[in-house]
Ligand binder design. Sequence first.
Ligand SMILES: [Zn+2]
Length: 426
Amino acid sequence: MNGIPRIVIVICDSLRADLIGPADTPFLTELSERAARFAAHRSVFPSTTRASAASIATGCLPARHGLLGNTMALDEGEGLVCRSAGHPDFPDRMRRATGRTLQVPTLAERLRWHGETSISCANVSPGAAYFQDPDGHGFVYHAAGSYGPGRRPVDDPASARLKKGLAGDRAMTERFCAEIIEERAPSLAIMWLSEPDYTGHHSPLGSPEHRAAIAGADQCARQVFETVRRLDPSGDDILFIAGSDHGMETVSDAIDLDGLLIAAGLKAGPGSRDVVVAPNGTAATLYFAEPDSDRVAKVARFLAAENWAGEVFAGDRLASVGLPSHTAMRVAVTLASDDRLNPHGIAGHCPIVFDPADSESKIGFGQHGGLGANEQLPFLMIEGGGFARGRRSMPTSLVDIAPTVLRHLHMDHDDMDGRALPRDAG
Ligand SMILES: [Zn+2]
């Protein structure tokens, strides 16, 4: 043991805490016995991968980091247009529209201040990968392009070949264990698996395909953990964190929110820039060209009267769900979820907001983005670094991961929305 503190994080995208059990996830089940397990862990809102990635990276809610979902309306000089934050050019568009990417520093940047290195490997969308470190303070490896400090492009054939799904996740895990954790040994190494999210979006939750994806993610997490504990058997130096970013609900219906607003006289027409809907799965955020006009209250009232809408947030209530209240985004809605079982016995259904940029039917498959009980059900387990084993019942959130990482590295962490998680079981 050399006494140098390090952190290794594995994110199993979309893995619901209630789907962890001995049959599909023998490793995570074992880990839950020897690790600190945070039983009331929640995602952010919108509970999308890209906003979640930014919250894990910054320790802040979307209100402070500024990435408001998987899609966001940006005004690059010609009015508001909804853009996918998953596209590789999105960080540059965000810089053009707002002058910067994220509004607060990431873990990668904070580590660089101390001369330490972070390395991130991700098999998710380019947006989710890049928003862990959008300004290039550490290394980010991704199929759409890899870069190192200063956003200097790195030729990385191992990442260029990766495709979403289990085969790509397995190849990434091999490389992450051998080259990143063992050889390069950075202070912070993060690996973000595409599964079970990728399969969950294309098959019913709890189906044989979905369960195989969960089992595959569990094997990848085991391989990383075994590498970590071979290098540091005592667990004193390397803090191991396994978690997910959100859960999923089964899609029951798709709501054409643009069409409804146009029919109600609240939006001029398709593609108009007066009111712009940013679909975020089981949630939507709405942007206004005139954010101080009375149209905001009219739209909020209209949404509140719709039976598919769950809660509607506008004005000061946006802050209660971690969203900003003084940007062009003035209304957010989470769709109405329920606890009905799907054909495979998995609880939770919710409609989604139809996304004109992605017209394939999602009905019967998994989705997320809102505040439904099952999509707000990520898991979190922490092992080593002085964490006592056992279940913790206090509410925790994705934003608590970054301060926990910084505390392990003896770095300041008191300016984030989250707080370093307790090592004691109590
Ligand atoms: Zn995700």
